[in-house]
Design a protein around this ligand. Sequence first.
Ligand code: FCB
Length: 461
Amino acid sequence: MTKILKFPENFLWAAATSAYQIEGGWNADGKGESIWDRFSHTPGKVTNGDTGDVVIDHYHRYREDVALMREMGLQAYRFSIAWPRILPQGRRKIEQAGIDFYSRLVDELLAANIIPYATLFHWDLPQALQDEGGWTVRSTAEAFVEYTDVITRALGDRVKNWMTHNEMSVVVFNGYVSGEHAPGIKNDYVSAIRTGHHLLLSHGWAIPIIRQNSPGCEVGPVINANYSPLGSNSKADRMAFNFGDGIWIRWFLDALYGRGYPADLVEQLQVRGLVPVDQWDFIQPGDMDVMSTTTDFVGLNYYFRYISRNNDLPEEENEPQTVHPLPKDNINWTEMGWEVYPDGLRHVLARLYFEYQVPKIYITENGASYSDAPGPDGRIRDDRRIRFLNEHFRAALQAIQMGVPVAGYFVWSLFDNFEWGHGNSQRFGLIWSDYETLQRIWKDSAFWYQNVIRQNGIEEE
Ligand code: FCB
């Protein structure tokens, strides 16, 4: 008989999605335009010109979708709320139909015995606010508080687990440095750092309001932290590491945990002229205290390892003592071009706990893009996804055995969906989405996950 590696009794097995990636109904029932509507409707921005206009029409089919979750045995479900459904212009005028949608979704989940975990901001900022400067201006942080108050008043009696922002670092860098995400601005570090500041600030401002409107709730941010070891011990690589790790991870975690912005990074940004010394007046007295308001948990999105190297230097200068050989084979990469590296999850979990003393961690996203499609018999044999999840679950279990308080696992994603700049071309789902017929088909990994949940563990290999 195969031995089952059991997870702690109250461990939460779950899956995640986000509003823009599955809902469709982009202008239904008074919803306002979001920056992702604007971005995807702009030719050339998204692969194949895909948009979030329909995707899998979850907005109209949520009942069917909750039934699938129940069948799979999900104990919790992480979804996000589209701000422009609630306040189409970002502030003031409330759209009741939008609130009603989430209210029905929550009721449906509770009736199916599935605990709702709601993310307040998963990137679909109302376009009206972007027109006023988006997250680069403080008034957007104030608008976020208004939105949070409205939606948590409406749902706070039933939703008891709240996440503020999803992956602030991605909003900052993909939105304002690489430009791959809405609003699609490139190499603007001043706007990027201002954006991060107002996201962090609004996160802190929102917490007491959420607690007030949702008595007994738990609240936390969702960060993304991938694993980035040093490529070598060369000076160049160490600098690349400090900058990359600093700007993507320490910048946010240090601020959230009361350490302020990392001094070495502030200096780097100034010295390199990315954010000149006279451009820091957006930080007002007290802001850093607000950001480090205590939370109940941190949500961690983990996907891959990236090896920190200074790619601007010639190889000979760059690679005197390579510690991590760069992997070359294909099986170690998902179709996103991300390296499969389960052990990195264990490292990052340990870091959150030992370096920042995070009291409770949910893995709020982890999963893989593989495009395995239905075979002639209709079955979807996504063995690579099963292997990926199995190995990552095991890494999480090892972290738990080290004493790291990992409370649950939200697989990304329940369905194939709109993968931002990649459109529908990248498939992360446990469930296959047929974008023509809107049929949902279980992949082998969905059946496998159902069994993991049932036995609260994975098979020892
Ligand atoms: C994360 C996002 C999520 C999804 C996955 C693949 O960065 O939070 O919406 O796109 O990546």
